[in-house]
Design a protein around this ligand. Sequence first.
Ligand SMILES: [Fe+2]
Length: 199
Amino acid sequence: MRDRPPTDPAWRSLTSPADVADALVGLYERRGSRHYDETVTQTEHALQCAARAIVDGADDETVAAAFLHDIGHLLMPEEGDDDSGDGVDRHHEQVGGRFLANWFGDGVVASVRLHVAAKRYLCAVDRRYHDGLSPASVQSLIVQGGPMSEPEVADFGSAAHREAAVDLRRWDDLAKVPGALTPTLHELRERLVAVLARP
Ligand SMILES: [Fe+2]
């Protein structure tokens, strides 16, 4: 599939697990060379995040969410992305979650939607987590609203799939190592097909 906006009906017309997985992987092949941060590309970041989920024994849906969690960045024009440096939060996690809900269930979608909230949550409850954030992550935290308030922490504590989202967030923060060994896009495609093929 050529580059199309996420609202294009051509995306929603994809129904077979193989076609959906091919289109998603194709998006990373075409747009994943964008920089995630100063150290790795979006595709390297996605594969490293999935690799950490696999090493930690996460289930297939959580591995898929780890791979796809930042797909919202790839769905936006590069100059209009959250990370374009203009200080505007375009909520890439919501863009990505809405897009993935065309084909995936809550086990994938909720973790993607919540991965920014999980960062704000961890910053509120874990000082060491906050202090360990990369400079780019500290900058985006400000744009994303900063650490959660007490009421927000209480709300997050009752959100479905919050534990998977917190796990994903911790892998996310570690998935920035130049040259790290990861599975290939083809291997991730096979995992996506397996998740998409489930009833
Ligand atoms: Fe990420």
